[in-house]
Design a protein around this ligand. Structure first.
Ligand SMILES: Cc1cc2nc3c(=O)[nH]c(=O)nc-3n(C[C@H](O)[C@H](O)[C@H](O)COP(=O)(O)OP(=O)(O)OC[C@H]3O[C@@H](n4cnc5c(N)ncnc54)[C@H](O)[C@@H]3O)c2cc1C
Length: 359
């Protein structure tokens, strides 16, 4: 493929959003993903009210696709707990359900979906396993995965990694979690728990790599240790059968923001900014970046890339900085229970933190 029609690499929320907006404006984008079959990505099982509103705007109603409504935040650390109402309704939805719906919407809007794994990038050119793709305008939306030619710096000797276990629907657990997003704060990490469309509980953790090493590199052994050390988390994990799969992803560059880009390259989603995940706003950043990049492209074509990237960096700065501060406090063994105590005493502060970490 050659030419000026935009090429979008990655059909996650960022890439699909760009594809939908560009296709609806008549730009005939090509959307490429490495996977022909939609998987169930580990990250992004909670959708904030902002994500929900953005999806609603493009015609995707989360209520209609069965997403679990979430109105409460519950925080736990060191035997202390606090509860707060979310500013607006959020949702629990599997990435399988969301990505399937977004891909279908992109195709229905007129985007051409292709399957290829992109290995490397250069101005105007993406080298795939199947073929070479050429376009003056490339939208990089490969999420967590770096593509050769566009690495993101790793900023920590002990980077964060993600783990996920999905517990099939069980009445006792569903009742415990109903309508709530739970955050269990641990030294060097946290677990987020939310019910999804099929009633299953999605337990997603971000932890430092050193902790996995301490557990002998065995993710399930690490989860079981966390369950022993933190009773409320243990109460949820008691529903997890021993053989359940634990999915994992490697080093996540929390706090990184792309401030520059190469000619014609629009960096989207996690390739534009990586917000610490306990804020539950990465999906909204992904959707925002897809829509914003499409807007800049429709005005300036490939030449709009630099301006877009700077605008995106400005938009992401506040939520990413606020979320980073919260994440650093939340993973500190000295401060995490104080944080929860404060959240209990001053619900207005929790509300402010939730609002300030939205894009
Ligand atoms: C542990 C953890 C938990 C999180 N939980 C939440 C949460 O609950 N709520 C929230 O809002 N955010 C959450 N996030 C953040 C959120 O998941 C991301 O910000 C969001 O998924 C970014 O979307 P994206 O479209 O940029 O990338 P992705 O969702 O990663 O999608 C990338 C797409 O690109 C494709 N791809 C990758 N490499 C290639 C390649 N080489 N060639 C072709 N295709 C490729 C993939 O198959 C995929 O379809 C979490 C993050 C972590 C680390």
């Amino acid at each position: 493929m050659t030419g000026s029609a935009p090429l979008i690499l990655g059909a996650g929320p960022a890439g699909c959003m760009a594809a939908i907006q560009l296709a609806r404006a008549g730009a005939s984008p090509t959307l490429i993903d490495r996977d022909a079959v939609v998987g169930d990505a580990l990250c992004g099982g909670f959708l904030s009210w902002r994500s929900a509103a953005q999806l609603q705007e493009i015609g995707l109603d989360l209520g209609t696709i069965g997403a679990h409504r979430v109105n409460q935040l519950a925080l736990y650390a060191g035997g202390v707990e606090a509860h707060a109402r979310l500013p607006e309704t959020g949702f629990g939805l599997s990435r399988y359900a969301l990505d399937t719906a977004m891909r279908a919407l992109a195709a229905a809007s007129g985007a051409q979906l292709e399957i290829d794994r992109i290995r490397s990038l250069a101005p105007g050119k993406a080298e795939g396993e199947r073929q070479e793709w050429r376009s003056k305008s490339i939208f990089l939306a490969a999420g967590k995965h770096d593509v050769r030619g566009q690495p993101r710096p790793r900023q920590s000797d002990d980077p964060a990694l993600g783990l996920r276990i999905r517990i099939p629907a069980q009445p006792g657990l569903t009742q415990l979690l109903d309508g709530t997003i739970e955050l269990h704060l641990f030294p060097k990490g946290y677990a987020g728990i939310v019910v999804q469309e099929d009633g299953s509980a999605n337990i997603c953790l971000a932890l430092r790599k050193s902790q996995l090493a301490e557990a002998g590199g065995n993710p399930r052994a690490l989860l079981d240790r966390m369950a022993d050390e933190h009773p409320k988390f243990g109460q949820r994990m008691a529903y997890a059968a021993p053989g359940l799969t634990v999915d994992s992803i490697g080093a996540v560059p929390y706090g990184w923001i792309a401030r520059e880009t190469m000619p014609g390259l629009f960096r989207l989603g996690d390739q534009a900014a990586v917000i610490p995940s306990l804020a539950g706003e990465g999906m909204s950043i992904a959707l925002t970046s897809g829509a914003l990049a499409a807007r800049y492209w429709l005005v300036g074509g490939a030449d709009g890339a630099g301006k877009y990237q700077r605008a995106m960096a400005r938009a992401a700065w506040r939520p990413v900085s606020v979320a980073k501060l919260i994440w650093e406090t939340a993973e500190s063994p000295r401060f995490n229970s104080q944080l929860v105590r404060l959240a209990g005493l001053a619900p207005w502060l929790t509300n402010l933190a939730m609002r300030a970490s939205r894009i």
